[in-house]
Design a binder for this molecule. Sequence first.
Ligand SMILES: O=C(O)CCC(=O)C(=O)O
Ligand SMILES: [Fe+2]
Length: 313
Amino acid sequence: MTRDLPVIDVAPLRSPDRAARRQVAAALGKACRETGFFYVAGHGIADATLQAMFDAARRFFAQPLDAKRQLARNLVGNNRGYVELGHERLDLDAAPDRKEAFNIGLELPTGHPAHAQPFRGANAWPDLPGFRALMLSYYDACLALGTLIHRGFALDLGLDEHVFDSALDLPMATLRLLHYPPAAAGVAGPGAGTHTDYGNLTLLAVDGVAGLQVQGRDGRWILAPHIPGCFVCNIGDCLMRWSNDIYVSTPHRVSPPERDRTSIAFFLDPNPDAIVTPVTTDPSRPSRYPPVTGAEFLQSRLDATYRHVPAAF
Ligand SMILES: O=C(O)CCC(=O)C(=O)O
Ligand SMILES: [Fe+2]
């Protein structure tokens, strides 16, 4: 195991100085061509906000199972709600994941025309004071950060710096709280099986309990420990396709932790009607894929993950 993911300070992406922005873009582009994983510093999300989010996640998972089941993902629909321990299997060749999760998606104002699109819907909320407001404000902060990082990707790929802005303004992004109970004697299963992420970009906050591992190009596993003040970030399958495979979406997994482990993932998938047309700024690299919509692509990936779960669970 090695530890060699780069740390990238993204604050200069907010600078009026184009050369400073380009420098960050080049660092992002290098990381995305190598492992597709990097740490983000200078993200501007306050430590107190992250601490409050971890507290909220722990309060959520500490509720009785019955209360959590009332918010079950299969009742709520649209990839929102609570996923019980053992109900998800990211690696179809392994045992189900030893984790529980809670998802929210974008909240559209009442009457917004985009309500008719796929993956729209209402969030389900637990009866916990302050939880909803905190989750929604964190969602917005992650969306702003993810959009900023996409400006770096665009610069690096030789595109207009703002080309992704309109593909991400009403996204299918999911904010997901995750809880991994400690490894127990005689219980099989990974924390999260080996997988790649589906969307464009994942912003992950981890709590300091070891678990996340990333597969390097040479097949060796790289540890991705907590670095104070940083998010662990990676690109997903949708951005890999969008970049015409210039960027790589890399397999990763979570080993069963020694103690309770909590993480908070923001999966930035594009707008459902965004057209994912592979980038062809490099004339020596013709398009490898036909265009698809963001929703078509996400649905195809979710179908694979949940195929093993009996419909009636
Ligand atoms: O919890 C983690 O550290 C990573 C989780 C993950 O990779 C995922 O849910 O896609
Ligand atoms: Fe992942």
